[in-house]
Design a protein around this ligand. Structure first.
Ligand code: C2E
Ligand code: C2E
Ligand code: C2E
Length: 90
C-alpha cells in the first residue's frame, strides 16, 4: 500500500515504558495512559494502539513515523520486528 504509515501493528511494551526516564518517554507515557483510561484497559503488560496514533506521536517527537518507530525499538518499547516498518516510511 502507498502512504507513509508503518504497516505493522503497534504494540507498546508498557513495563519497558515505565522504566525509561521521563524526559525521553514522557509524551508517549502520557499518551498511552490516556488511551488506557479511555478504554478502561489498565492491567495489560502491552497496549495495542492505532497506526494513526503513531503519526500523532511522531509530530509531538518531531520525527517521521518510521524514525519514531526506530526510536521506540531502540528503547525496547516496540519489538525489533517494528523496524521493518521503517522501509515503508519514505
Ligand atoms: P493479539 O492482538 O496478538 O494480542 C495478544 C495478547 O497481547 C492479548 O491476548 C493480550 O494479552 C495482549 N494485548 C495486546 N494488545 C493489548 C492491549 O491493547 N491491551 C491489553 N491489556 N492487552 C493487550 P488476548 O487478550 O488473550 O487476545 C488474544 C487475541 O485475540 C489477540 O491477539 C487478538 O487477535 C484477539 N483479540 C483480543 N481482544 C481483541 C479486541 O478487542 N479486538 C480485536 N480485534 N481482537 C482482539
Ligand atoms: P471510538 O473511537 O468511538 O471507538 C468506540 C469503540 O469502538 C471502542 O471502545 C472500541 O470498542 C471500538 N473500536 C474502535 N476502533 C477500534 C479498533 O481499531 N480496534 C478495536 N479493537 N476496537 C475499536 P473503547 O475501546 O472503549 O474506546 C472508547 C474510546 O476511547 C474510543 O471511541 C476512542 O475515542 C478512545 N480510544 C480508545 N483507544 C484508542 C486508541 O488507541 N487511539 C485513539 N486515538 N483513541 C482511542
Ligand atoms: P485491531 O482491533 O485488530 O484492528 C486492526 C485494524 O482494523 C485497525 O488498525 C483499524 O484500521 C481497523 N479497525 C478495527 N476496528 C475498527 C473500528 O471500529 N473502526 C475503524 N474505523 N477501524 C477499525 P489500527 O487503527 O491501527 O488499530 C490497531 C490496533 O489498536 C487494533 O487492532 C486494536 O488492537 C487497537 N485499537 C485501536 N483503537 C482501539 C480502540 O478504540 N479500542 C480498543 N480497545 N483497541 C483499539
Amino acid at each position: 500500500p502507498s502512504g507513509s504509515e508503518p504497516a505493522a501493528k503497534i504494540v507498546i511494551n508498557l513495563e519497558r515504558l515505565q522504566q525509561l526516564p521521563a524526559e525521553k518517554a514522557g509524551p508517549l507515557a502520557r499518551y498511552a495512559a490516556a488511551i488506557q483510561s479511555q478504554r478502561g484497559d489498565y492491567n495489560g503488560k502491552v497496549l495495542s494502539i492505532r497506526n494513526e496514533d503513531l503519526r500523532s506521536l511522531a509530530i509531538i517527537y518531531d520525527m517521521s513515523p518510521g524514525e519514531l518507530s526506530d526510536q521506540l525499538v531502540d528503547w525496547g518499547v516496540l519489538p525489533p520486528e517494528a523496524r521493518i516498518a521503517r522501509a515503508l516510511d519514505e
